[in-house]
Design a protein around this ligand. Structure first.
Ligand code: AVI
Length: 345
């Protein structure tokens, strides 16, 4: 087959559940309650995110799609033009999702006659299989060689660099960097750079600062899909951790801070209430049953997500200061989103 998968670190379901539980206990016991947006993406959440990407108000996906449709040919010519005919390159992607955007770029590579192996990296084996199915559906059997890696991003990149010592291009699309904390994001980029070889390429998508009302609408859409997406975190905890969240007593609230350019999402308790977590049934590991309680005051909030927006200048100076040399930035026609190509120095 032209679609293989290597599992480096399979998601350990029991361990992941334990960590989720610990995260929830800690996050909801803080004076300012918080949960990580990482936990949005169970099967239901991933499906809801796919619906978000189809929304007009969630302009990010459409903009990046336009960039890839309009500029993929130029991106390939400008940055991979010097690759010799006999050379095979690694096209690594971090978190490809359903691959709808990647498809556009991969098609441009095929048309340009670039020889490459497409190497998506994802921690979820299931997500990887779904991506494989979608690619098999859209490409001829021999047009594309795909080797999925089930691993965390950095360990996946390290594996590729060690096992396939060729030129690599790493794709990190969709403004996912924006969900990291500021320092966490910088540290992550630095790590990517130091794992890759000199001369390797990195293409990163970033949502840009714009009219704050537009950004805000992207995170509080009129159909309420983002509301469902955020509230699914509560249902997920009920399903997996045996918590007693009543979804009717929480509301989704998004705000945008134009000063630091961050869209922030919250779940707000609409009344004073206590939520319980019964761990006996949830883990079933024979430990002493524990019961935690989380008290919510009326209108107390849980911070669930930050989505950082950038200026092109800030992105360039950040990349240039941590081991990359920015090559070029590509925009959609409205300049709402940017894909930046940088080289590892
Ligand atoms: C995945 N990530 C880039 C999305 C974002 O825009 O921060 C997740 C999302 N949250 C609400 N809508 C979309």
């Amino acid at each position: 087959s032209n679609f293989d998968v290597t599992v480096i670190k399979e998601e350990n379901k029991d361990e992941a559940l334990k960590q989720f539980r610990l995260h929830v206990i800690q996050g909801l016991s803080r004076p300012q309650k918080q949960l990580s947006s990482m936990y949005f993406y169970d099967d239901v959440g991933s499906e809801l995110f796919a619906q978000i990407m189809d929304l007009e108000e969630y302009y990010l996906t459409g903009c990046e799609m336009e960039i890839l449709r309009t500029h993929s040919k130029a991106i390939v010519e400008n940055h991979l033009g010097d690759v010799s005919d006999s050379e095979i390159i690694n096209v690594i992607e971090l978190g490809a999702g359903d691959g709808r955007k990647t498809r556009v770029f991969l098609t441009a590579l095929v048309i340009a006659g670039v020889k490459f192996e497409y190497i998506p990296i994802d921690i979820s084996y299931r997500a990887m299989t779904l991506l494989g199915k979608s690619l098999e559906h859209h490409f001829e059997r021999d047009a594309l060689s795909v080797h999925g890696i089930v691993a965390e991003y950095i360990e996946g990149i390290r594996f590729v660099v060690d096992s396939r010592p060729r030129k690599s291009l790493v794709l990190f699309l969709g403004s996912s960097l924006g969900n990291f904390s500021k320092s966490g994001g910088v540290a992550f980029l630095r790590e990517i750079g130091s794992t890759l070889k000199q001369g390797d390429l990195f293409m990163i998508g970033t949502d840009l600062k714009k009219n704050p009302e537009m950004t805000l609408r992207a995170y509080s859409d009129s159909l309420g899909v983002t509301r469902k997406f955020n509230l699914n975190l509560l249902s997920r905890m009920n399903r997996e951790l045996g918590t007693t969240f009543d979804l009717k007593k929480f509301k989704h609230y998004a705000s945008y801070d134009p000063m630091d350019g961050t869209a922030v999402s919250y779940l707000i308790s609409t009344e004073k209430q206590t939520v319980y977590m019964n761990t006996s049934g949830a883990t079933g590991n024979g430990d002493e049953p524990e019961r935690h309680e989380f008290v919510f005051e009326a209108y107390e909030a849980i911070h669930t997500e930050s989505s950082r927006k950038y200026t092109v200048e800030s992105m360039h100076s950040a990349l240039n200061s941590i081991g990359f040399a920015v090559q070029e930035t590509y925009y959609d026609s409205q300049h709402w989103f940017a894909d930046t190509v940088a080289k590892v120095v």
